[in-house]
Design a binder for this molecule. Sequence first.
Ligand code: HEC
Ligand code: HEC
Ligand code: HEC
Ligand code: HEC
Ligand code: HEC
Ligand code: HEC
Length: 497
Amino acid sequence: MRKWLPSSFYNTITIAGAAIAAISFGLILFLILLETLAAEQKPYMGIIAFVILPAFLIVGLILVAFGIFREHRRDLKGKHRDHILPRIDLNDPKHRRAFTIFSIGTILLLMFSAFGSYKAYEYTDSDQFCGTICHKVMTPEYTAYQNSPHARVGCVKCHIGSGADWYVRSKISGAYQIYSVLFNKYSRPIETPITNLRPARETCEQCHWPKVFYSKMEKVKNYYLSDEDNSKMSLTLSINIGGGNEESGVTTGIHWHMNIANDISYIATDRARQVIPWVKIKSLDGKETVYKSTDVKIPNSLINDKNIRKMDCIDCHNRPTHIYHPPASSVNDAMAANLIDPQLPYVKSISVDALEAGYTKKDIALDSIKTKIEEFYNLNYPNTASKMKDKIEQAIQEVQKIYARNYFPEMNVSWKKFPNNIGHLYSPGCFRCHDGKHVSSDGKVISKDCNICHTIFSEQFGNEKPEVSLTGVKYRHPINIGDSWKEMNCSDCHSKN
Ligand code: HEC
Ligand code: HEC
Ligand code: HEC
Ligand code: HEC
Ligand code: HEC
Ligand code: HEC
């Protein structure tokens, strides 16, 4: 056979390398073509086309070079060593062909790898990569995220932000995360707070100007009790978010006090930052006040700069997107929207119980929810069970949906593991400090007054006439528990269900 290229190309290693490189290259082109044509992007396609196949391509090319070099060395054995490296003679047609193929190949490869590495960069930053490649591990965060106000904001916008340094940091910790997934070393659930989460100043505040004035936000809340009639109550809450800046003259409310006019720092004694016995406030004029809890004593040894955290957006908005709703609140909302019919006796109570039964697997949970609710009506309300069959079926489906959105037994994730710090009903939230038990040395108390953060415009029980007042009605707890709602934190009872 006439040799078309220099003889050093004809050896097993080089030919195998060339074959590997050519096949990988072909596959990459094919996958890119598929990806452009496909309506929906497939997450694994990206990792194969931009990470795995290029690795094979490079291995193939290294093999080609290695084969040539080895062949050349072998040729030299026993001969006069006048040169170590191969000699390129462009007058020789074989050499010319090899040279042309090599040059065009290199140019193509350079262009291609520029494009490829950009795609790989873009790809490893995509929500799909974050949310689905680590499949089981991040399912809870990804699912909650897709049902949240930030569903259109990329994971990296909050978790990495812009700039090369955080990008590199995140890729380094990301490499560890891939390792921990492959070798099953990750914790269930993934721990928070994330110690290396970028400060809110560089993430949240890039989209939300901290000094924007929000005025008041009105929320209508509906609740159903656990009795046979699912007794309804509702209230209208006007939340004083406020904010503002000196320029516009309006400066009030939660954001103003907590985030702009004052610099607040604190020490938490637990990892989840739920127990806060020490708080310091520094006002714009430099005055400092320290509040200490009379309930939880903090040892002096813990009071040092290392433990002090400056409060930022995430200390209140710790669940801007990975929100796991408590069962009472999800079921209330579904009932208010008539997705679960409030006419069904005890439906609030049985739905919450079915959600909270503590299952070990999602499939088991969904099946058990169905049997639990069906059996409850068949056994206790056989008439209703046949007359309202459709409504019961609809309620079951709705409860199953709530479960799928908020409980992830395989990762031990639920609302109890990730309490939301906005509010104070189902977790301590604002009452971590505003429990009326944080006192300064001169006797000032961090306020628990029901009207500093919000005004309750109206409260209505069942079909009673609503109580309405623009300056705020006096709060009435839905069932009579005496004064304990004033003395205890709401979550002391409500976090237990
Ligand atoms: C709006 C900003 C934002 C977006 C967008 C976002 N996250 Fe988060 N994420 C957070 C915050 C805040 C925390 C809690 C940080 C803390 O308490 O230290 C968090 C926590 C997490 C945690 C730790 C477990 C937990 O629930 O606390 C994981 C894992 C996570 N995010 C993954 C993702 C993934 C995957 C995406 C994209 C699908 C994403 N995040 C999108 C803000 C965001
Ligand atoms: C890339 C831009 C971006 C970043 C970064 C971002 N947000 Fe948002 N945020 C948005 C958008 C867009 C909305 C939705 C606005 C809407 O629907 O009206 C939103 C909505 C919100 C809301 C209102 C939610 C509601 O219930 O309506 C809060 C609170 C919030 N963001 C807090 C945060 C916090 C805290 C962070 C940092 C962890 C953050 N955001 C980071 C863009 C961003
Ligand atoms: C002291 C706690 C606290 C801090 C700190 C805080 N917020 Fe808020 N923020 C609230 C509360 C309470 C609301 C009312 C929203 C609600 O009840 O769901 C709110 C509402 C918002 C909203 C929604 C407004 C709307 O109309 O939907 C945005 C956006 C927001 N905050 C962004 C931020 C950003 C950005 C930071 C950091 C610069 C921040 N917040 C710091 C407590 C806080
Ligand atoms: C880390 C402790 C801490 C947490 C958590 C906290 N606060 Fe505060 N808050 C303070 C301190 C300290 C002050 C200032 C008390 C003073 O006047 O010296 C304050 C003051 C306020 C004020 C002004 C009170 C007044 O007397 O006018 C509002 C409004 C407020 N906080 C709302 C909230 C809301 C809403 C939340 C929950 C989303 C919250 N805070 C969570 C520590 C905290
Ligand atoms: C430090 C601020 C603060 C104080 C003090 C405070 N609240 Fe609230 N409250 C909030 C915030 C923030 C929310 C959350 C609003 C939301 O769901 O968006 C809330 C929510 C509520 C809700 C609705 C609960 C839900 O999630 O459905 C009720 C009811 C309520 N508060 C009653 C009270 C009563 C009664 C008091 C007095 C004992 C009180 N609050 C004191 C900040 C406060
Ligand atoms: C001593 C325990 C206790 C304390 C403290 C307490 N509650 Fe309750 N609360 C209950 C009980 C019991 C019910 C009835 C539950 C049911 O029927 O499902 C209830 C019912 C409710 C409901 C309606 C049921 C639902 O959907 O969650 C709301 C709203 C509520 N409480 C708000 C509050 C608020 C706000 C506070 C704090 C200011 C508070 N509670 C403090 C025991 C308590």
